[in-house]
Design a protein around this ligand. Structure first.
Ligand code: ADE
Length: 249
C-alpha cells in the first residue's frame, strides 16, 4: 500500500510514521509513505499556498493552483495504475470507521490531502477530491493528525503488517468491543484473573470471551448492538446471553 500525503507541514509526520509498527512495515516494504509539500507547487517567490476568501470573512483559504498541481503530480507518480482515490481530511467528511479502514485497505494506493486554514478552494474539491473523511465531530488545527490516524488504522490492516489473528477479534472488527486481557501474575493486588482463563478449557475460554465482548458492548456502546444484529453477527447463543442481560433486538 502506498500513501501519498499532500501537506503544508511534512515535519508533523515524523514520530507517528517513523516509530513502532509503521516504521517496521515501511522497512519491510509492506507500506510506503511519501510526503509531499504543497508549497513546492506554489508559483510565487514567497511560495504562497493560501489567500484571503472571496466575499470576505475570517481565515484563509488554500489556493486552487498549487493544490491542484500537487494532487495532479501525486496522481502522475503511478501513471500505469488506475487513478488512486484522493481523500481530503476534513471535519465535513464521512465519519471514519473500522469498516471504512477495511475498505480503504483494499486499495493499492491512497492520496491524502491535509486541509488547512478555513478550508480549500471549493473548485479543487469538486474537480479532484474523490472522498472526504472526518475522524470525529471536533475540529483539529489541520488534516495532518487525521491523515496520520487514517494511515495508522489502514496500514495495520495491510497483509503482513500485524498478526492476522489480532485483527479478527479486536474491538469493532465484527461490530463488538474486545474482551478483557490478563497476563501474569495470576493474582495482582488481591485481584485474581478470572478462573476460567486458567482452566485450560479452550471451549469455555472462547465462550467466556464472547460473553465478555457482548457484556462490554452492551455496557459501553449499546448503540453498536443493533448494527451487529442487522449485519448477522449475533448468533442464537449471543442473543440468548444478551436477553439475560436485558437486551432485545
Ligand atoms: N481537519 C480538521 N478537523 C478534522 C477532523 N475532525 N477530521 C478530519 N480532518 C480534520
Amino acid at each position: 500500500m502506498i500513501f501519498d500525503v499532500l501537506t503544508l507541514f511534512p515535519a508533523m509526520f515524523s514520530g507517528p510514521t517513523t516509530e513502532s509498527i509503521l516504521k517496521r512495515a515501511q522497512q519491510a516494504g509492506l507500506i510506503t509513505i511519501r510526503l509531499h509539500n504543497i508549497r513546492d507547487w506554489a508559483t510565487d517567490r514567497h511560495r504562497t499556498a493560501d489567500d484571503a476568501p472571496y466575499g470576505g470573512g475570517a481565515g484563509m483559504v488554500m489556493k486552487a493552483v498549487p493544490l491542484a498541481a500537487a494532487i495532479r503530480a501525486a496522481l502522475a507518480l503511478e501513471p500505469k495504475a488506475p487513478p488512486a482515490p484522493v481523500i481530503l481530511l476534513s471535519p465535513d467528511g464521512t465519519p471514519f470507521t473500522q469498516a471504512l479502514a477495511h475498505e480503504l485497505a483494499q486499495q493499492p494506493r491512497l492520496v491524502l490531502l491535509c486541509g488547512h486554514y478555513e478550508g480549500l478552494d471549493e473548485r479543487v474539491r469538486e474537480a479532484l477530491v474523490t472522498h472526504e473523511v472526518s475522524i470525529g465531530d471536533y475540529v483539529l488545527t489541520g488534516g495532518e493528525l487525521a491523515a496520520m490516524v487514517l494511515i495508522d488504522a489502514v496500514a495495520r490492516l495491510c497483509p503482513g503488517v500485524i498478526d492476522a489473528a489480532s485483527i479478527s477479534e479486536e474491538s469493532h472488527s465484527d461490530g463488538l468491543l474486545e474482551y478483557p486481557h490478563y497476563t501474569r501474575p495470576a493474582v495482582w493486588e488481591e485481584r485474581p484473573v478470572p478462573p476460567v482463563l486458567l482452566s485450560g478449557h479452550h471451549g469455555e475460554v472462547a465462550r467466556w470471551r464472547r460473553e465478555e465482548r457482548l457484556r462490554r458492548t452492551l455496557a459501553r456502546r449499546p448503540d453498536l448492538l443493533p448494527h451487529a444484529y442487522v449485519a448477522g453477527q449475533l448468533s442464537q447463543a449471543d442473543l440468548r446471553f444478551l436477553a439475560e442481560l436485558g437486551w432485545m433486538p
